[in-house]
Design a protein around this ligand. Structure first.
Ligand code: AMP
Length: 398
């Protein structure tokens, strides 16, 4: 994958860089409660400042749906951003028009301005070309550092890149490199783990992966659907019984493409999903009561999965193996995650995880810092796993 990065952006002194960031931070009573996303943007902002550029930050916050919603203003982010940057940050009451033009004009070289929520304009999500041009008029170059918004073809993620030289920021570059190492151009053999609740939400993802991976472990609630499709008695487990045919099609496709599928060989069942619930561990082929639910993978399954990891050079993971939010149904996810973390730390496995609950699951297992990369990009990460081109990334291709 070749895309333009800040290494390609020359002679930045005195220029204005329009930088798309993800500042959709958690906020309570007008205060930022977690500044992770702000810190993620610092390397890009500082690199541009050090090169003498003016930095105009473009971001969305929440879903104002094209209206000026005061509670969705980015203004409260300014103070938190000043803290992580250790430098003053100006605020412009609008992301286009006189407010933004004046704020940028008044900046010294290396100065930073945060522009108001780009989604206050309906034209943003409509990717209106006139609006994209207005954004572009503010700067000399465009830098996208928000991979998490790259699956949207919006004016600030895609349209603006048509009017300015466009580059990947440092965090975008890190993410793209990690994703490329996991699925684009991975060192083989590659194993995938896909868990989570439902097959129906991950159909495209499963179809894409079976064509690319050497092995795919299926876990979580979606494994129940696959077991059911194979005639296993799954009792009162969560499953999409009407997806049985689809599950069989995926298994057939995997076989045709030489992707080995690992389904649970033993499972943890309980009648209630509550902390410390009484459980039974049974082989997947054994009888399960109508009132029992499969809530986690069993120890034999985890052992087999860890063995499969040792036969692999690359791991890509989305979705927990069980109801990890409710111990003891977190055991399989935690054990597998710790093994992946250990292998990655030892340099024998490139391990990339991401998407929705996976970030929380890896955090719960305490392995976020051990894995090669944990993507917090959510929807963009999943669309990328589905093999879909991401408009915000396509716009940066060299
Ligand atoms: P997803 O967002 O599709 O990755 O699904 C994540 C959710 O799947 C988590 O909230 C888990 O609690 C849930 N989950 C995982 N395994 C099971 C299972 N065996 N039965 C019911 N829910 C499950």
């Amino acid at each position: 994958m070749t895309f333009r990065t800040l290494d390609d952006a020359k002679d930045l002194a005195g220029k204005t860089a329009l930088v798309r960031v993800d500042f959709n931070v958690p906020m309570e009573d007008g205060k930022v409660t977690d500044d992770t996303r702000l810190r993620v943007a610092v390397p890009t902002i500082n690199r541009l400042r050090d090169a003498g550029a003016k930095v105009a930050l473009l971001a969305h916050f929440d879903r104002p749906k094209g209206q000026r919603v005061p509670s969705m203003s980015l203004k409260p982010v300014v103070e938190a951003l000043e803290n992580v940057l250790g430098a003053p940050v100006r605020f412009a009451e609008d992301c286009v028009g006189p407010d933004s033009v004046e704020a940028i004009r008044d900046l010294d070289a290396g100065g930073v301005v945060l522009l108001e929520n780009v989604r206050f304009h309906a034209a943003e999500e409509a990717n209106d070309p006139v609006f994209a041009q207005k954004l572009a008029d503010l700067g000399d170059l465009y830098v996208n550092d928000a991979f998490s918004a790259a699956h949207r073809a919006h004016a600030s993620t895609e349209g603006v890149a048509r009017h300015l030289p466009a580059y990947a920021g440092e965090s975008m570059r890190r993410e793209l490199e990690a994703l490329d190492a996991a699925l684009g151009n991975p060192v083989k053999p590659v194993i995938g783990i896909v868990g989570g609740a439902k097959v129906s939400t991950k159909l495209d993802l499963l179809k894409n992966l079976v064509g690319k991976l050497d092995r795919l472990a299926i876990g979580g609630g979606m494994a129940n659907t696959f077991l059911f499709a194979q005639g296993v008695d799954i009792g009162g487990s969560l499953a999409e019984r009407d997806m049985a045919e689809t599950a069989r099609d995926i298994l057939a496709e995997a076989e045709a493409k030489g992707c080995e599928i690992l389904l649970p060989i033993d499972v943890v069942v309980a009648t209630e999903v509550k902390p410390g619930a009484e459980t039974r561990t049974v082989l997947a082929r054994e009888e399960i009561g109508d009132d029992e639910k499969i809530l986690d993978a069993g120890p034999l399954t985890v052992e087999k999965l860890i063995k499969a990891m040792t036969l692999s050079k690359t791991l890509i993971w989305n979705g927990p193996l069980g109801v990890f939010e409710v111990p003891p149904f977190d055991v399989a996810t935690v054990k597998a995650a710790r093994a992946a973390g250990d292998f990655a730390k030892a340099g024998i496995l490139t391990a990339v995880a991401g998407g929705g609950d996976t970030v929380a699951a890896m955090h719960h297992a305490g392995v976020t810092g051990d894995l090669t990369f944990v993507s917090t990009a959510g929807g963009a990460f999943l669309e990328w796993m589905e093999g879909k081109p991401l408009p915000g990334v396509e716009a940066l291709k060299a």
